[in-house]
Design a protein around this ligand. Sequence first.
Ligand code: BDR
Ligand code: CA
Length: 313
Amino acid sequence: MPERRKIIIDTDPGQDDAMAILLALASPELDLLGITAVAGNVPLPLTARNARVVCELAGRPDVPVFAGCDAPMQRKLLTAEHVHGKSGLDGADLPEPAMPLQPAHAVDFLIETLRREPAGSVTLVPIGPLTNIATTFTRAPDIVARVGQIVLMGGAYFEVGNITPTAEFNIYVDPEAADIVMKSGAQITMLPLDATHKVLTTRPRIEAFRRLGTPVGTAVTGWLDFFERFDVEKYGAEGGPLHDPCTIAWLLDPQLFSGRQVNVEIETEGRFTTGMTVADWWGVTDRTPNALFLRGVDADGFFALLTERIARL
Ligand code: BDR
Ligand code: CA
């Protein structure tokens, strides 16, 4: 087997974050070095708890989980219990985790790991606000050149916004952090709403998880049942968009996605547009491209991959 790709997931679980973690743990192509929790969908103590709940569900209490930043770099934390429920992971009845939280701060873990591992060998997968990653880059600028690539869920261009009319949640919560990451010079792949809103948890797709009949399949079904109701009520969509696992799916099978290498700037000062990802999709500026911005996705292929992998757990 070719060498496994080393990744670190930076996350604010979240049912869709949980699906991303499970997909990574179910995939032998990936070596999950650790999970760093950040404040986002719910406050940090809950995201750090939820990450461990997911590891234990997958039978992987050995994966180190670190707590990171508890608030955005310059703003007050905005959470999303209206989407994810009070715990952030409502919908499945799972035990409190017994595995410990690691004593180190997530930012120290990121710095130490990136300095220790060969340069270019570690992929960062941020699927929450970018506070931990930007704090790492600010505190240890030498790290940026050692990052293999960043594959993040965040932003929107054609789909515009889901938390304000013009902003996607992860970017809106900490736009200053997003700005630092987008300007860092690291190789970045973005999974914005333009792609993730095409990956919907329709009834037949949820039923396929139910039919697995495993503890993981049952938990996933509960989460997705809970998660979908928000988007069905809000947008009249066929199901909820499964944002975060798109990052892992892209690492496993990039052919499922299509996009363009474009310039993406973060609006940090807009009167109505704070947190907007200004993507130069049409190449109308001379700003240097800084991200692969994905827009197209084979949703059936994505769910076939996800279901087959979750069945392994
Ligand atoms: C993003 O916001 C969170 O609520 C989800 O987990 C996802 O990372 C979608 O806008
Ligand atoms: Ca998330």
